[in-house]
Ligand binder design. Structure first.
Ligand code: 2PG
Ligand code: MG
Length: 399
């Protein structure tokens, strides 16, 4: 949902996205329920923006982001934004940030202080809840890391994406080249190995073997069975230990440099054990485990569960709270991957946030569909504005 903020000197617009594989600990996205829009309407959240929130914010200094976000949290008064809706608070919080940038005549990334353009993780093959192809792992990404500029890394990503399309058409037929939620293809691969092999072949055909690595988001909560405490992957039931062995063997046979949510959203210790096994080789990213929430992140840090945090503003509901999570990561020498959602909008604020925070990594889907390309196009625009380019390459990855 979208919010607009107006002041005497400027205006700002932002939208809150939505996720298909949401973590149970995320802030609540307020939907209307009932029959209209299949229950997915947001008229209650819109009424909260136009009513309570608008009244409370009238006359507030839009450049005081922390003050605005504290006010939104106070007004909501719940642990998980369930009164106002995190969709309402996220849209307003980001619209205020955009308005403050607009008042000063600069891009939001400048207001956030950074100038490092992130390396993109492009999700080119979709599975799990983002596709209907029977593939357990949710995201297979290409990570063009070793290029001198962002635009060159994006070009490589785009070339590989189109080469992958040809390979899939040849192997599974043209009908298998439809795309999933994040713009990646969704072919009926028989195994995780098969999917990774397709990506490697596409990278090889484009001649980028040494410059483009692989990343995966397992989103393992979606294939975890709590009753039997096991995971169903590639048609097999695996214990956490067996799943850990599976990831270690995948990392041996494929050039995987980043792995997100390898276990379910409560498995702090399993994350930590795998992180130790893959130390120095693979970045372990926490998403559903930590949900951009400082308390859960602190617990994950204490357990040693992650090397980088996946940061999504709408998981927590305000920009300031998301920034607090990023600050905690910086203090603990952890990385941050700024991320889109599977249900995105044309809003490109995450591109500015990624540059502004300066951790050097963004995950924004395939180079396909306008809600994904909006983020990449914004990064290209920022690259033109930054004289030195400021591209992060592989520097933001924490292994
Ligand atoms: C994820 C996200 C984005 P969703 O799991 O990392 O790729 O998916 O928005 O469905 O939670
Ligand atoms: Mg994820």
């Amino acid at each position: 949902m979208q919010a607009d903020v107006y002041t005497a000197r400027g205006n700002g617009r932002a939208s809150s996205p939505s996720g298909a594989s949401t973590g149970v600990h995320e802030a609540l996205e307020l939907r209307d329920g009932g029959k209209k829009w299949g229950g997915k309407g947001v008229s209650k959240a819109v009424a909260n923006v136009n009513g309570k929130i608008a009244r409370a914010l009238a006359g507030f200094d839009v450049s005081d982001q922390q003050g605005i976000d504290a006010l939104l949290c106070g007004l909501d008064g719940t642990e998980n934004k369930s009164r106002l809706g995190a969709n309402a608070t996220t849209a307003v919080s980001l619209a205020c940030a955009q308005c403050a940038a607009n008042e000063r005549g600069v891009g939001l990334y400048r207001l956030l202080g950074g100038k490092k353009i992130p390396a993109p993780m492009l999700n080119v093959l979709n599975g799990g809840k983002h596709a209907g192809n029977g593939v357990s792992i949710q995201e297979f990404m290409i990570f063009p890391l070793y290029f001198p500029t962002f635009s060159e890394s994006l070009r490589a990503g785009s070339e590989i994406y189109h080469s992958l399309r040809g390979i899939i058409a040849e192997k599974y037929g043209a009908q298998a080249t439809g795309v999933g939620d994040e713009g990646g293809f969704a072919p009926p691969c028989r195994s995780t190995d098969d999917a990774l092999a397709l990506l490697e072949r596409a990278i090889g055909e484009c001649g980028y073997q040494k410059k483009v690595l692989l990343a995966m988001d397992a989103a393992a909560t979606s294939f975890y069975d709590a009753k039997s405490a096991s995971y169903k992957v590639d048609g097999k039931r695996l214990s956490a230990g067996e799943l850990s062995d599976f990831y270690v063997s995948l990392a041996k046979s494929h050039p995987i440099i980043s792995l997100e949510d390898p276990f379910c959203e409560e498995a702090f210790q399993d994350f930590a054990a795998l992180r130790a096994r893959l130390a120095g080789r693979v970045q372990l990213v926490a998403d559903d485990l930590t949900v951009t929430n400082v308390e859960r992140l602190a617990k994950a840090i204490e357990c040693g569960s992650l090397s980088s945090l996946l940061l999504k503003v709408n998981q927590v509901g305000t920009l300031s709270e998301a920034i607090s999570a990023a600050v905690l990561c910086r203090r603990n020498h952890l990385g941050v991957v700024v991320s889109h959602r599977s249900g995105e909008t044309e809003d490109a604020s995450i591109a500015d946030i990624a540059v502004g925070l300066g951790f050097g990594q963004i995950k924004a889907g395939a180079p396909c569909r306008a809600e994904r390309t909006a983020k990449y196009n914004r990064l290209l625009q920022i690259e033109e504005e930054l004289p030195s380019g400021g591209f992060a390459r592989a520097s933001g990855i924490v292994l």
